[in-house]
Design a protein around this ligand. Sequence first.
Ligand SMILES: Cc1cc2nc3c(=O)[nH]c(=O)nc-3n(C[C@H](O)[C@H](O)[C@H](O)COP(=O)(O)OP(=O)(O)OC[C@H]3O[C@@H](n4cnc5c(N)ncnc54)[C@H](O)[C@@H]3O)c2cc1C
Length: 457
Amino acid sequence: MDTVTRPRILVVGAGFAGVECVRRLERRLSPREARITLVTPFSYQLYLPLLPQVASGVLTPQSIALSLRRSSRYRTRIIPGGAVGVDLKAKVCVVRTITDQIVDEPYDYIVLAPGSITRTFDIPGLTEHAFGMKTLAEAAYIRDHVISQLDLADASQDPAERASRLQFVVVGGGYAGTETAACLQRLTHAAVERYPRLDPGLIKWHLIDIAPKLMPELGEKLGRSAQQILTRRGVEISLGVSIAKAGAEEVTFTDGRVVPTRTLIWTAGVVASPLIATLGADTVRGRLAVTSEMRLPGYDGVFALGDSAAVPDLAKGQEGAVCPPTAQHAGRQGRHVAENLIATLRNQPLRPYHHRDLGLVVDLGGTDAVSKPLGVELRGLPAQAVARGYHWSALRTNVAKARVGVSWILNAMAGDDFVRTGFQARKPARLKDFEYTDAYLTAEQVRERVESAGRAR
Ligand SMILES: Cc1cc2nc3c(=O)[nH]c(=O)nc-3n(C[C@H](O)[C@H](O)[C@H](O)COP(=O)(O)OP(=O)(O)OC[C@H]3O[C@@H](n4cnc5c(N)ncnc54)[C@H](O)[C@@H]3O)c2cc1C
């Protein structure tokens, strides 16, 4: 096949799924066999499971941003932007570049891996006043915000203002919310020692969830252990409770309590990227409905995976079960889609995706952790060793491993300086600003655009 006619493979999203797919394609296909293009707004792959450690300052933001240009062996062409629509029939992806230009990118094969965004509900004030925990900018922003609350409370003479600045609310008792509350509570607990005018007793963290248990996927005993650890550290856990209303200086819980606070962190689940809804294809709870080979039925050359796709979970052996939205699945699905795409190019049979969950690790900061690797329940130091060992080995590049390893050692030995950078202090911090949820075109807009571009040619 010559370089003019080689098939064009377009991968959307440089997360666990997209990057693993691209790297496998680069390794297994010769440059003459296909042209690979990656659409991504950022020039890094974000290692999301360690985001709470960036928010709490244990890790620097750079340590979990894995460069897409690290090696000269990486030959994929990168388009810096986000896919805002795809015409699946015409095989054109519409991309908004980081300079807001709209460009069309034709493809022969497309791999959709745009991940997920924070799931929100129609709660008054939520999207205006809550922070999420899904992007690097959010994590860095939250760290600055939390430290600035201590600075401002320290400077204030008004007891009401102090009280509202020193209470913090995290919604979502899954692993993301629990780790976020745990890590940030450790940050404020350690930082308050540097503010002699502040009464440590005024600092209060709330972790709330509408479900009756924290992290039900950990099982009864480990979930309870996590709850005990957090309660011992002074985090007030309220289960069966959510938010009724959010304001700039207070939050109302559904049980009627009004908590004065300027920090509401919302981690109550994720939904597939808004790109998926623009495709007009079948979905399962918002995720693209794909086959076990991760192909989109009814469309030629379309694969989808990771958080944005409902991939059948064959290991569960239950009708209708789909893989949970985890990095563990997304990375493996990325490599698997690459193999299936190569098989398609070479007219070989495709293989269904099958992976049995390896378990869950939950880092609560310091020596506190709960983990369930391969069904074995661990607490404390052994759980922490497993949690950190797992994340460390899952980091894709050696330089990221070195950065994270050194930061952990440095933080354990020297603690934190509680520096507030102020870089983004005057930027509005709404969920949609961080997750660009309003950047997408409708299916009709995509079709019209692609048709008129076709007429103009
Ligand atoms: C705080 C937190 C902790 C977590 N902890 C764990 C854990 O311990 N273990 C675990 O297994 N999982 C964990 N997860 C879940 C895990 O991170 C996700 O399941 C995983 O990242 C999904 O991979 P993905 O490739 O589908 O999406 P992502 O990794 O989110 O990647 C999607 C990529 O697509 C890009 N993108 C988005 N929209 C577009 C677009 N329109 N065009 C182009 N690019 C786009 C994004 O910028 C991103 O780079 C955690 C998640 C969070 C938020």
